[in-house]
Design a protein around this ligand. Structure first.
Ligand code: BGP
Length: 479
């Protein structure tokens, strides 16, 4: 296959960046906000849960976007952002999740944020639920293990669509919806430890989330004439470790556990391989006729995060699992790692774009991608900045692969790299794992002025957007 045309990105391509409320806002109990599961996970996904918020939890203050949103959005606008992905903190709107009435002060905050985006001509891309379920729903109902959550979520989305539907066109129902199978507390607000959670209960929770997602899609289509609703999946291409057919099959099986979520969202029903898996594992889903009907409300586009690929093998002796994006997998000996052990694979992004397009024929939106790295603040011409050539190289190489996929015929709506402004990491709750174009002066011990500084990548990304991708450099990333 030859290279892409010199200008593969369509004029309408949505360049921007992505964030989540719990990782940027702070103000964890301001203006009537309730606690979310994130407020009791001071060490991120892998660490223990605390009974109450503790001062070592960086998310309580995060980067104080709650008070600094106007200046932050101005910086994004300066880079030329066309779209900004943000999530709404469910517990700002419904502090306990099961309240009868929404919290007006919480709603008003997002009015102000949307006003600011509008002022700069930046399109919002809103994640309805991003790993920040109200804590009370976890404690009272064991999160999405309970069917009751569908009703609470429905109430929440109706309020969001009523209030913001006239100004938000792009909606994502659940962040990385497939994570529920891997980390039930984050993906499903389920407090039962994963090792004690039965497969039956886990798949039932998955079913509840899938129904809720389809229900939100139906309501959006009824209430908002030009709404475009997407599912959001954690994309992780799975390669066979060797050409042995047993390894290829093991890779296919592993892939299915993730593809299942897109399959249901796009096709409106469970695929055969999932039915077989459930049958053979004694899982009997409680699916009502109404559920089946709701699931037929399929999405308008598929969005996904992409950080890395993994390998899979049928040989138990070869199963050396690596670190990495919450799913993990068998290490690929041909790839380099980030400082956090995530394997860097730009070509994997082209592969996944093609795979999803071939499979679903729905527009695709890359709503997370990026390099978490330690940055060092330096002074150039008296100004604090970061010389982050490593981040530029990473993003450049991935974007070249997006260009290749577009040349392959894949319909790609846009690209919102993760953590466009430095934020608190989801997996480790660190500040030092930075993704941003904008440096935020805050350290892992919570010290720092919270001042914002433009990194070298800030100017690089502004050029990429201004030239609609023409400024990308061909180099190592060339397939
Ligand atoms: C995804 C999450 C994000 C984000 C990102 C980077 O799984 O959707 O919330 O944090 O990964 O991960 P981390 O912050 O752990 O580096």
């Amino acid at each position: 296959m030859t290279g892409p045309t010199s200008q593969p990105f369509p004029e309408t391509f949505l360049w921007g960046g992505a964030t989540a409320a719990n990782q940027i806002e702070g103000a964890h109990d301001a203006d009537g906000k309730g606690l979310s599961i994130q407020d009791v996970l001071p060490q991120g996904i892998v660490g223990p849960r605390t009974a109450h918020p503790t001062p070592d939890n960086l998310k309580l203050e995060a980067i104080d976007f709650y008070h600094r949103y106007a200046a932050d959005i101005a910086l994004l606008a300066e880079m030329g952002f066309k779209v900004f992905r943000l999530s709404i903190a469910w517990s700002r709107i419904f502090p306990n999740g099961d309240d009868e009435k929404p919290n007006e002060a919480g709603l008003a905050f997002y009015d102000r944020v949307l006003d600011e985006l509008e002022r700069h001509g930046i399109e919002p891309l809103v994640t309805i639920s991003h790993y920040e379920t109200p804590l009370a729903l976890a404690e009272k109902y064991n999160g999405w293990a309970s069917r009751k959550l569908i009703g609470f979520y429905e109430r929440y989305v109706r309020v969001l669509f009523d209030r913001y539907g006239h100004r938000v066109r792009y909606w994502l129902t659940f962040n990385e919806i497939n994570s529920l199978l891997h980390f039930p507390i984050i993906g499903g607000a389920i407090l039962t430890p994963k090792e004690e959670l039965s497969r039956q209960d886990q798949f039932q929770a998955v079913h509840h989330v899938l129904v809720a997602s389809a229900l939100a899609t139906r309501i959006a289509h009824e209430q908002i004439p030009d709404a475009r609703v997407g599912c959001m999946v954690l994309a992780i291409p799975v390669y066979p470790l060797t050409p042995a057919p047993s390894d290829v099959l093991a890779a296919l099986d592993a892939d299915h556990t993730n593809l299942l979520f897109g399959d249901v969202h796009v096709r409106g029903a469970y695929p055969g391989y999932a039915m077989r898996y459930m049958r053979e594992n004694g899982i009997e889903l409680d699916i009502t006729d109404e559920d089946r009907e709701i699931l037929t409300n399929t999405v308008d586009f598929v969005s996904f995060s992409y950080y890395m690929s993994v390998c899979e093998t049928a040989d138990p002796d070869q199963r050396h699992t690596g670190d990495g994006n919450i799913i993990g997998g068998v290490r690929n000996p041909t790839l380099r790692d980030t400082e956090w052990g995530w394997q860097i694979d730009p070509v994997g992004l082209r592969i996944v774009l093609n795979q999803f397009w071939d499979r679903w024929q729905k527009p695709l939106f890359i709503v997370e991608n990026g390099l978490g790295a330690k940055d060092e603040l330096v002074h150039v011409d008296g100004r604090p900045t970061v010389d982050d050539d490593y981040r530029i190289a990473y993003l450049n190489d991935h974007l070249l692969q997006v260009a290749e996929a577009i040349a392959d015929g894949v319909d790609v709506l846009g690209y919102t790299p993760w953590g466009c402004i430095d934020l608190v990491s989801a997996s480790t709750a660190q500040m030092s794992k930075r993704y941003g174009f904008v440096y935020v002066d805050r350290d892992d011990d919570g010290t720092g002025t919270l001042a914002r500084y433009r990194k070298k990548s800030f100017h690089w990304y502004a050029d990429v957007i201004r030239s609609n991708g023409a400024s990308l450099r061909r180099g190592d990333g060339r397939p």
